[in-house]
Design a protein. Structure first.
Length: 107
């Protein structure tokens, strides 16, 4: 499942809607192409880093550009600021997800 690519998100910001071939629209498309290649954790960290660099309003704008949740982007910012962003570990914690059908149905 880690090999699946995410679809490239079309930017919904006003700049991209007005001028789809402008410099800002090209930058946003490039960001979305990179985001589509990353797993959950790296996507969150990348978005958090960009939002921090963009300054005030960066989280909201990046949410429009990437389609990611503002909460997800903010969480990435916090992980980077606190230094808790360990990319070497797994994406999800063990034990998460649905229970196996065999475990659910057995008496």
């Amino acid at each position: 499942m880690a090999d699946q690519k995410r679809a490239v998100h079309p930017c919904r910001c006003d700049d991209c809607q007005l001028d789809a071939k402008g410099a800002i629209a090209q930058e946003h498309r490039a960001i979305n192409r990179v985001v589509a290649l990353l797993d959950e954790r790296r996507r969150r960290l990348f978005a958090g880093l960009l939002a921090s660099q963009w300054g005030h309003g960066g989280v909201v704008l990046l949410a429009q550009v990437t389609g990611l949740s503002r909460t997800t982007i903010r969480r990435g910012q916090v992980e980077i600021e606190q230094g808790t962003a360990d990319v070497a570990t797994g994406v999800r914690r063990s034990g998460g997800g649905r229970k196996r059908l065999e475990k659910k149905c057995l008496p």
